[in-house]
Design a protein around this ligand. Structure first.
Ligand code: ARG
Ligand code: GLU
Length: 706
């Protein structure tokens, strides 16, 4: 691959004028870097399952034993029938012929929380249904099974409307269809799903296992989290989607995963089948520069302020710690990821490499009228769109971080729409926005976030009423102090229409609403998806495919089903320090500390460890028996891949994906095969916890364990 690259450049040198030869020389220097970066290496890529036949030869070289139609088929049962989108943004998979599914604990977290009460705290204690009748229906939870996908690019080009295609494809009970763009509008795929809505919680470990390590270990290796939970899909007597009912029976999937307990070794083939959400591998240097130099620094700084305020309040009071645990985890997850991403991109020199790649592209495009202008057009489009996109991101990280103000936005919107704000409806809003609420935390955040909003936002975007009010009170501090003293939203319920209209928090929301609305123009997945920029990417992608023939192209993640493959493998974390691929119970015991919330394991696990009471799940390490916990592999994954099945060469389940290492989070922009690793729970740990801690060994009977 790499010699082709050089050869291409030597050829160019003979036909181009001397004055740009120096530049070319510089480019040759970067050829190695560029070639490795821009050619999809073995483990980079999130492939469309319907096109997997194009990859199977390479997969087989790595140890894959099945055929393309075993992975995906429109007509015959295939592995895709065992995979589902779980809730809005996770993946899950069937592990029994009776609709039993496995996903992450953090994916089931909201459901488990919803079913919990002070008397039945399933988050803390875990839960295992002892029979089908104890499986707990989760209102609102759905799963989507992909029936088929189809390239509809030609149909759309021939004039069929997307809406018609979707309408036709969604006929039938519980059927949902969508058309998703690939390669920035160059291709369109239709996805047809079956949506099941009677989903019941079967079991989950206590958070001290399912969330072991908490935010401290999040994105980190070595890792020891038993991040799994189990649910069951129910259907009507015909196996069709149906609303929750006592009459429903367990869904019978077309395929489910057999489970391998043979374990994982360095070098073993792994495949991940799931729904990754968002990558931007083809964007230009301008877009990456925006991420690392403008967007990430702003978001990280603002979240640091919020997290510090929350953490300090949490450290002073146990009830507050619990109340803000999920909020803190949510804010911290992306905060930590962005830091790893920025460091990774700086380390790889992605911006500089992309600039070099683009200079080279420009030389090629120079003689081609349809492409010659592209980079300039894109550059200009970025310059124009960045302020608006930044304003939206800044708004999200400042104003949207204020809980009472979010409630006020909601009330204001309801009122403008003419919704009658009955006591019942008000309760819904309160539950959503003022849940587990501490006014002192919110007020402290509001003071800092409004101040940051004013300083960082171009003055023209700051509502004049807000500037005037702050000037009148003398400071942001004082303005916010009075705002919280005078608002009725927090303590009074129900509120009258007049009280809502006159409330200072609602007024602030009203002042900010025009800005929030104009932000709507920038509400796209990424900066590069803003239409004024994205339109150029359509041509840019065509040009890249013509020009960079050695590059293996795969569409960016967009929450559609993908296959990635790689191997079980450790990596060199820092010079001379290798991180091995597998962690064990010994590592959990080394971290165990009743004083530290994130590391306080259940007593039963301590007892099991003391008595080496491992049942059939133990493995040997250095001549001693232990339990495998998590492993690393080189699969290209992203947010949304949580809960994805990790499959061996024979199509058996060996683990459950739940994270990446911190240093590999830049793989959403550039994948580095030497360092990018996904983190999975070893399926043997799942079975051990279920059996020895959950006492739910009877569930093993319905699985196919190899
Ligand atoms: N980092 C993983 C993901 O992006 C896990 C997040 C949940 N865990 C946590 N400690 N916040 O979703
Ligand atoms: N934890 C992520 C999720 O919920 C997966 C980790 C990642 O971003 O790779 O989807």
């Amino acid at each position: 691959m790499y010699h082709f690259f050089i050869a291409k450049k030597l050829y160019l040198r003979t036909i181009i004028p001397k004055n740009i030869q120096a530049m070319i020389k510089r480019l040759i220097l970067c050829a190695v870097a560029c070639a490795t970066m821009f050619t999809a290496t073995a483990d980079e890529g999130m492939w469309l399952p319907s096109l997997i036949k194009e990859r199977v030869k390479e997969m087989r070289k790595k140890g894959f034993k099945l055929k393309a139609q075993d992975v995906y088929s429109d007509t015959k049962p295939s592995l895709k029938d065992a995979v589902m989108q779980f809730g809005g943004g996770c993946t899950g998979e069937f592990i029994s012929p009776e609709g039993l599914l496995l996903t992450n604990h953090h994916c089931g977290y909201a459901s488990i929380q919803k079913l919990s009460s002070v008397e039945h705290d399933y988050l803390t204690d875990g839960y295992w249904a002892k029979s089908r009748s104890e499986e707990l229906h989760v209102p609102g939870l759905t799963i989507s099974l992909l029936e088929r996908m189809e390239d509809v690019t030609d149909r759309i080009a021939a004039g069929e409307s997307k809406a018609d295609i979707i309408a036709k494809a969604s006929e039938g009970k519980g059927r949902r269809a969508s058309i998703e763009s690939m390669y920035y509008g160059n291709q369109f795929y239709l996805f047809v799903y079956r949506v099941y809505s009677d989903i019941r919680l079967v079991g989950a470990p206590p958070s001290s296992i399912g969330k072991f390590g908490g935010d401290t270990d999040n994105w980190i290796w070595p890792r020891h989290t038993g991040d799994f939970s189990m649910f069951r899909v129910y259907a009507d007597a015909n196996n069709e989607p149906a609303e929750y009912s006592d009459e429903n029976v367990p869904y019978r999937p077309k395929r489910f995963f057999p489970i391998s307990t043979k374990g994982v070794n360095e070098g073993d083939f792994t495949m991940i089948y799931g729904f990754p959400g968002n990558t931007q591998e083809y964007v230009t240097a301008d877009a990456v520069d925006y991420v690392v130099n403008i967007s990430n620094p702003m978001k990280i700084a603002l979240r640091t302020i919020r997290l510090d305020i929350i953490s300090e309040a949490q450290s002073k009071d146990v009830a507050t710690r619990i109340a803000y645990a999920a909020k803190h985890a949510n804010i911290a997850n992306a905060w930590k990821k962005w830091q790893g991403e920025s460091l990774g991109i700086e380390r790889l020199g992605t911006v500089e490499k992309k600039r070099a790649y683009e200079s080279e592209f420009a030389l090629w495009a120079a003689g081609k009228p349809q492409y010659a202008h592209l980079l300039d057009s894109m550059h200009a489009a970025y310059e124009k769109a960045i302020p608006g996109y930044f304003a939206r991101e800044l708004f999200n990280e400042t104003i949207s971080g204020i809980e009472a103000l979010n409630f006020a936005f909601w009330l204001n919107t309801q009122q403008t729409r003419g919704t009658k704000l009955t006591a019942d409806i008000q309760v819904k809003g309160r539950n959503r926005y003022l849940n587990d609420y501490r006014v002192e935390i919110d007020k402290a955040i509001a003071k800092r976030m409004i101040a940051e909003f004013i300083t960082r936002m171009p003055a023209a975007n700051v509502p004049t009423q807000l500037t005037a009010a702050i000037n009148e009170k003398g400071s942001v501090e004082q303005f916010v102090e009075e705002l919280y003293n005078n608002t009725l939203l927090i303590n009074k319920y129900p509120l009258t229409t007049e009280e809502i209209t006159a409330d200072p928090m609602v007024q602030l929301a009203a002042w900010l609403t025009p800005l929030a609305k104009s932000n709507g123009a920038y509400a796209y997945r990424n900066l590069s998806n803003v239409p004024s920029i994205e339109k150029w990417y359509k041509e840019y992608m065509q040009a890249l495919r013509e020009w960079d023939k050695e590059r293996a192209f795969y569409p960016d993640a967009n929450f559609t089903l993908r296959v990635s493959y790689g191997t079980v493998t450790g990596y060199e974390n820092v010079d001379g320090e290798y991180h091995t691929h597998l962690t064990t119970l010994d590592g959990i015991m080394a971290k165990d500390n009743p004083e530290i919330y994130d590391y306080n394991i259940p007593q039963v696990l301590r007892d099991i460890y003391k008595n080496k009471d491992y049942g059939k799940w133990s493995i040997e390490k250095y001549g001693k028996s232990t339990i495998p916990v998590c492993f690393l592999a080189s699969n290209h994954t992203s947010g949304g891949n949580s809960g994805s099945p990790v499959i061996n060469g024979k199509g058996e389940l060996i683990g459950l994906n739940f994270d990446r290492t911190w240093r590999s989070t830049m793989s959403d922009i550039e994948f580095d095969p030497t360092i990018c690793r996904n983190i999975s729970v070893d399926i043997r740990f799942v079975l051990f916890v279920l059996d020895r801690i959950g006492g739910a060994g009877y569930l093993l009977d319905e699985m196919d364990i190899k």
